[in-house]
Design a protein around this ligand. Structure first.
Ligand SMILES: NC(=O)C1=CN([C@@H]2O[C@H](COP(=O)(O)OP(=O)(O)OC[C@H]3O[C@@H](n4cnc5c(N)ncnc54)[C@H](O)[C@@H]3O)[C@@H](O)[C@H]2O)C=CC1
Ligand SMILES: O=C(O)[C@H]1O[C@H](OP(=O)(O)OP(=O)(O)OC[C@H]2O[C@@H](n3ccc(=O)[nH]c3=O)[C@H](O)[C@@H]2O)[C@H](O)[C@@H](O)[C@@H]1O
Length: 435
């Protein structure tokens, strides 16, 4: 019998998980407190750019396994399993803001009239799932609740693939019945021998932060090696390739650049530092990672100034604003920080991005010029600065770019172009950790 699941929150994670769980044969209701978002979704409009999502969404709606319900209370009452996928952003001091989650838990407690298994997909600090269990029992003692910490490891831009091919499924609960339910919900993965990790709440919560912080550390390490390469004249790409050949290291997450960004690595590293503080435990390694990563943005500006001199009055063609390719997400994007500094320094910015221009317009309004066509954005500019690794930029028509620019300068913060080809075409080219 299919499980009746409600997903609270239709952001990246809520939508992808809702659609994915429906594709596994479960009966899924997606709901959100944002009524406008629900109206759009009900009309078939997807508010985010995520390759592949639309296809799965259409199919599962057509086969009536997936519905959108604007009434959150009704959505909760009509399911046995509630996935919480609400946002858990950072507060100014780096602590996790649990307001959305607390509100969601309160609603579940108040509106549940039948037994529920409550599954936490949102990334939450250690102690949160135990708090959820206690709060639900306290606020609605008549209803049996089970709580499961089930952190999510998908990447934006590859979210559908990641949902259907996870490295692991983490099930944090001591409740054996809930463990069994989770196995059934993820039955196709269980049958495919995906490793299931059963543990308590605290272990599951910390797995998520440790996972993200480790990847963030790996990126930060290669960024520092890249900065050293800049001074030495060594090539970081060859170094990363050689290091990646060591099976103990792996080649993944060794791409240098302007520093990691996005809605998760920055906030989750900050949160891990706060968790360490809370338990009076040294998290100085992660603290350094956060510091070095923030500095990497200004390092990009210094490198550009070395190429161009003062940025005052310079016209810059910024290629990309998304925090990485294949997404329209600009949350904590290094490109956003870099463009902000360019503007502060008096530069004029012409911006292109294949997917994220609408989000950029909400942020920068009239401070930046927006272009749908990247070549138009280059006209009379003093330099091209590549900020996101979109494939369109890998395939840049160099001769055409050269004919449009005022100064033939490319600063490639994502190392997507071949330096040799750029030099041969007559460009002054600079990458990160290679020239
Ligand atoms: N974005 C990503 O790639 C990943 C995110 N995560 C974690 O998943 C969680 C969600 O992240 P995103 O999807 O990026 O968030 P998001 O901010 O894009 O979306 C969250 C949604 O929850 C809704 N919401 C807030 N309170 C609600 C309530 N009480 N009831 C119903 N809906 C409510 C909001 O209106 C919003 O639409 C976060 O904890 C994040 O750390 C985990 C893995 C990957
Ligand atoms: O918790 C989360 O939200 C997610 O965070 C990341 O996923 P995501 O933020 O979508 O993107 P990544 O591909 O990990 O990239 C994060 C940032 O690191 C940068 N990065 C990544 C890899 C690399 O080698 N170098 C590098 O600079 C990217 O450009 C981007 O700014 C993790 O990869 C997911 O496993 C996790 O579920």
């Amino acid at each position: 019998m299919p499980y009746k699941i409600t997903v609270l929150g239709t952001g990246y994670v809520g939508l992808v998980c809702g659609v994915g769980l429906a594709d596994f044969g479960n009966q899924v209701i997606c709901t959100d407190i944002d009524g406008d978002k629900m109206d759009l979704l009900s009309k078939g409009f997807i508010p985010i750019y995520e390759p592949g999502l639309e296809e799965y969404l259409i199919r599962n709606r057509k086969e009536q396994r997936l519905t959108f319900e604007k009434d959150v209370d009704r959505a909760i009452q009509n399911s046995d399993i509630i996935f919480i996928a609400v946002g858990t952003p950072s507060k100014d001091d780096g602590e996790v803001d649990l307001a959305f989650l607390q509100e969601a838990v309160k609603t579940i407690a108040n509106k549940s009239t039948t037994p529920k298994t409550v599954v936490t997909k949102s990334t939450v600090p250690v102690g949160t799932n135990r708090w959820i269990e206690e709060t639900l029992k306290e606020q609605n003692p008549n209803i049996p609740f089970s709580v499961v910490s089930n952190p999510e490891f998908l990447r934006e831009g590859k979210a559908m693939y990641d949902f259907f091919h996870p490295d692991k499924i983490v099930i944090g609960t001591d409740d054996q019945k809930a463990q069994k339910t989770m196995q059934e919900i993820y039955r196709p993965l269980y049958l495919l021998n995906t490793p299931f990790i059963f543990c308590n709440y605290e272990t599951a919560e910390l797995i998520k932060y440790a996972n993200n912080a480790f990847l963030a550390t790996k990126i930060t390490f290669i960024n520092q090696i890249a900065n050293l390469c800049d001074e030495i004249g060594a090539d970081v790409n060859i170094i990363a390739k050689a290091m990646g050949m060591d099976g103990r290291i792996s080649p993944k997450f060794l791409h240098p650049g302007p520093g990691f960004g996005g809605s998760c690595f920055p906030k989750d590293t900050r949160a891990l530092i706060k968790i360490g503080e809370h338990y009076d435990t040294d998290m100085s390694l992660v603290r350094e990672v956060v510091r070095i990563n923030e500095k990497q943005r200004s390092r990009m500006i210094e490198k550009l100034e070395r190429l161009l001199g003062s940025l005052q009055g310079k016209k810059i063609c910024a290629l990309g604003i998304a925090f990485k390719a294949e997404t329209d997400d600009i949350r904590e994007s290094p490109a956003v920080d870099i463009i902000k500094i360019l503007l502060q320094k008096g530069a004029q910015v012409n911006l292109h991005d294949p997917q994220a221009l609408e989000n950029a317009k909400k942020l920068f309004e009239n401070a930046v010029n927006y272009y749908e066509d990247m070549y138009q954005a280059m006209k009379d500019c003093d330099a091209i600065v590549i900020l996101t690794e979109w494939n369109a930029y890998r395939n840049l028509a160099l001769e055409k770019a050269k004919s449009l620019l005022k100064q033939k300068i490319i600063f490639d913060t994502r190392n997507v172009l071949d330096p040799e080809t750029c030099h041969q075409t007559g460009f002054l080219y600079e990458g990160v950790g290679r020239r």
